[in-house]
Design a protein around this ligand. Sequence first.
Ligand code: ADP
Length: 310
Amino acid sequence: MKALTIRNLKKVYANGLVAVKGIDLDVEEGDFFALLGPNGAGKSTLISIVSSLVNASSGDVRIFDADLKRDKQLAKSYLGLVPQEVNFNQFETTRNIVMNQAGYYGLSRKEAVKRTEHCLKLMHLWEHRDTVSRRLSGGMKRRVMIARAMVHQPKLLILDEPTAGVDIEIRRSMWETMKQVNEQGTTIILTTHYLEEAESLCRNIAIINQGEIVENTAMQSLLSRLNEEHFVCDVKQSLTTISKIPGYKIELLNAMQLSISVPKAQGLNPLFKGLSEQQIEVLSLKNGSNRLEQLFLGLIDADKNKLSIN
Ligand code: ADP
């Protein structure tokens, strides 16, 4: 089953800004899914719509079997949201923060007590249950946010840049926590502008830029494409087909031009040998960049220092 189905989703803000431009997106149940993009790409708008915090201008959103327009309460009950900023009352105890959220979702007192204990233990916060939350460390506060989002047993957990601005130690411990939650069966969508974070955690990824999904693929396939080099090769004679050369991806761009992809560490001698065996004479070989590299370069320009390739 799909945990999330989005069809032709648009958001035009009151000032006329089109933040989401007709997005389609599917996330499978059980997935750990990354939504990656630079600042201003539309990530927060998209998840605010999915979380019913912002109304879409048009389009459809379905969370598991619940349509967000027709069955809003059910859809909301399936979802847990961990927002970017710590937004609980810092004068309350850890336990009360989570208990209050259980009350908000209408859990009985008995159930709320049980779920609160479970979530605090899962987040390694049980020994801090009676601590006033402002005394907790930054990493612990973030874990309180996850415990709170999980108290009503959401099937889909959305984390909005959970590690933005936290130090590397907290980031790594958050990664472990998120992995554990996912392994226990909760579907996770993570927004981030760190490719490294998506790489460590996620199986699938969508890249959003200027309100559009510009890439939606398996993490592995994205990484292997980032690790390829691309060349454009001019040849002397006119070609209609080309035979395979092991280790290289070769396509005819036109009768006298080839596109060649090769893993970064691999040499080119076998390529030339293979071409000459086919009586193909090479006139020139230029570095070509693929769409994905251009995309990442564009994203990096848009948001320097935030996105990193490799
Ligand atoms: P991201 O989360 O990827 O950084 P956002 O969804 O926050 O992107 O923003 C997408 C675009 O929408 C940006 O250009 C932003 O300035 C604009 N935007 C966000 N919220 C509002 C709003 N309430 N009114 C008008 N424009 C907004």
